[in-house]
Design a protein around this ligand. Structure first.
Ligand code: SF4
Ligand code: SF4
Length: 402
């Protein structure tokens, strides 16, 4: 592994050279593109399919595409999909079972397509989300082989954020609009009087090798300074923030909060928040047979803790109410995830806020829980016992090297 990584400048046209170099290596390039009124992730055959000149306007429960005069390609916020759509697909066959001539059953593992992905335009929050899913699906005792194979072969090209949306709050989750780890290449888009270009940093040997194949020039101090300034400015323009408290303890101390009734009265338990969340990983399995009864298949598909059947045990669901299901989701995301996987389950991408049909906002709910807990502690005069839940914490901000 090299300890001296390349930093360079790519012209706008260099982006297509990058896509073509990846395709020439047999990689399936996936990146953002405009489709059906949203920026979605899809296979790209050319960089021209990127959303040049499109931005987004988001709010709780709202998402709109807007035109941008500067022609930037990566000035949009997270869309309805994340990279788990490709690494941990919503539906995947696990095995086939066929009745043989002697009446026995023959079970064969479903073949997996060996796709070598290159993800172009991965946001720093999503780099962290991929790392979270790595720990869940490839790092523990129960590994998902399909995820592991796809992830091992995937190349990640990050696009640092210079235009955070109104629902973004990565900074208050300890991340940031800059990419600091987990990428092969990191791009920072710059559009100014000196032209449309990308500062590009290699983060791995594979990134260095790829960059060597693409026309580029050495990084000049001005481009570096403008790129750094744009990311620093984005850090100060986050649309939202989590309350600056120890969320893990706050949730742990809020199991009986009245706020759960308030949010349950609004929540449709539709599960949208879990579908769009880049870290949610839950699946269920289902069997299907053909009409002859000689062939059966087992499929794995995404599931949601908002589904009534999700906690169904003998006799009925454990979490029958919307209150208990929303509480489970939020408490797992912000608190018990640490015990299972050693980190928060939220990276602050804002998707669940944007794509909730009734605009339920995870930061607002956490703030309301904090207010309720603080009021309860004041009322009870038990600051000593509960003070852990409301104390201020400092968020660690890592500045990427450029
Ligand atoms: S919080 Fe919003 S997106 Fe999530 S289940 Fe409730 S209504 Fe659906
Ligand atoms: S909980 Fe919401 S903000 Fe956090 S990672 Fe999931 S979708 Fe993004």
């Amino acid at each position: 592994m090299s300890d001296r990584r390349t930093t360079a400048v790519l012209a706008r046209t260099g982006l297509d050279a990058l896509v073509q170099a990846l395709r020439a290596r047999g990689r399936t390039v996936v990146g953002p593109t405009v489709r059906d009124g949203a920026v979605v992730l899809a296979e790209l055959s050319s960089a021209e399919e990127l959303p040049f000149g499109w931005g987004t306007r988001v709010e709780a429960g709202r998402y709109r595409l807007v035109r941008r005069a500067d022609g930037a390609a990566f000035a949009h916020t997270a869309g309805p999909q994340s990279w788990k759509t490709f690494l941990h697909p919503g539906r995947e066959k696990l095995w086939d079972a066929d009745r043989t001539a002697d009446g026995q059953l023959s079970v064969t593992e479903a073949p997996r397509a060996h796709i070598s992905y290159a993800f172009l335009g991965v946001r720093p929050c999503d780099l962290r989300a991929v790392a979270v899913q790595d720990r869940v699906l490839a790092g523990g005792r129960y590994r998902d082989r399909g995820y592991q194979e796809r992830r091992t072969g995937a190349l990640l090209i990050a696009a640092e954020c210079t235009e955070p949306g109104a629902t973004c709050f990565c900074v208050s989750m300890g991340g940031g609009p800059g990419a600091d780890a987990g990428f092969d290449l990191a791009l920072t888009e710059v559009v100014d009087e000196a032209g449309h270009r990308f500062l590009v940093r290699a983060g791995s040997d594979a990134g260095d090798e790829l960059l060597a194949e693409v026309p580029h020039r050495p990084a000049d101090p001005e481009t570096k300074a403008v790129a750094r300034g744009a990311v620093d400015a984005a850090r100060e323009r986050m649309g939202r923030a989590m309350p600056p408290v120890d969320l893990r303890t706050l949730l742990g101390d809020s199991l009986e909060a009245d706020r759960w009734d308030d949010v349950a009265a609004r929540c449709l338990t539709c599960g949208n928040c879990t579908m769009v969340c880049p870290t949610c990983f839950c699946t269920t399995t289902e069997e299907v047979t053909d009409l002859t009864g000689d062939h059966a298949e087992r499929w794995q598909r995404w599931d949601s803790c908002f589904d009534l059947d999700f906690s169904h045990l003998h006799g009925g669901p454990v979490r029958a109410s919307a209150r208990s299901r929303y509480r489970q989701w939020l408490t797992h995301k912000l608190s018990t995830w640490y015990e299972q996987f050693g980190s928060s389950g939220c990276v602050g991408c804002g998707r669940c806020v944007t794509w909730c049909p009734v605009g339920i906002d995870i930061t607002e709910e956490a703030a309301a829980l904090h207010d309720e807990l603080a009021a309860r502690l004041r009322q009870d005069g038990q600051r000593g016992r509960g003070a852990r839940g409301v104390r201020d914490v400092r968020y660690e901000r890592k500045e990427p090297e450029r």
